[in-house]
Design a protein around this ligand. Structure first.
Ligand code: SAH
Length: 191
């Protein structure tokens, strides 16, 4: 359905609009530590292909038509709602993390530990929003290649990134971060 493709691309545009001001302010901050790895960079490139290039090919060519599937209309509309949820979490996480956001694992001069807003409940709301996005992509981009691509790649990326990030944060902030991890969930709030 054309409308589902339009929603997917509108959502992608919304992500870019939400992130751009934070990406600009991140560029002007002085970095004190960089912990990104080669494997992580490769996965980031593959994720860009999965979330951007494959859906582009699916939307604008018939190269992937052989792998199309067709879900009931209500599941497509469920995909729209799931995508909106993803964007709301993505937006809230950026607002709360402020200038501490970075594309790869980095710490800035005067980096503060954020434990309020959505970070009061979960440590990784941005990654949570990407999980939710990956589910929306399966419902909106109805193709066996371009649909599940984000989910398949996000699994190794998330596991690698979360472990490395929590190790970095623990080394930097020590006991307060340990307490923070005890009080919060990763991508789902602690009951
Ligand atoms: N994992 C978080 C943040 C992703 S952005 C999320 O999913 O929302 C990645 C950068 O955010 C890391 O390089 C780290 O410097 C920073 N960061 C992660 N958690 C933070 C926190 N609670 N307070 C401040 N900075 C944090």
């Amino acid at each position: 359905m054309l409308v589902l493709k339009i929603v997917f691309w509108a959502g992608t545009a919304a992500q870019v609009i939400i992130r751009t001001p934070f990406a600009i302010s991140a560029r002007s901050r002085n970095k004190t530590e960089q912990h990104g790895s080669q494997v992580e960079n490769i996965l980031l490139v593959l994720l860009t292909i999965a979330a951007g290039i494959l859906p582009l090919i699916y939307t604008f060519t018939n190269w992937l038509t052989f792998a199309n599937y067709s879900l009931p209309a209500w599941l497509g509309w469920a995909g729209v709602i799931v995508l909106i949820c993803s964007l709301l979490i993505f937006w809230r996480a950026h607002v709360d993390l402020k200038a501490n956001w970075s594309p790869s694992l980095e710490l800035y001069e005067g980096h503060t530990l954020i434990t309020n807003g959505i970070y009061r409940y979960i440590r990784h709301p941005m990654y949570a929003s990407q999980w939710v996005w990956a589910i929306a992509q399966i419902l909106l981009i109805q193709n066996w290649i371009a649909g599940p691509a984000s989910l398949i790649l996000f699994i190794p990326f998330y596991l690698l990134r979360r472990n490395a990030e929590e190790k970095m944060m623990l080394e930097k902030f020590g006991e307060p971060y340990r307490e923070y991890t005890k009080a919060t969930g990763g991508i789902l709030p602690k009951l």
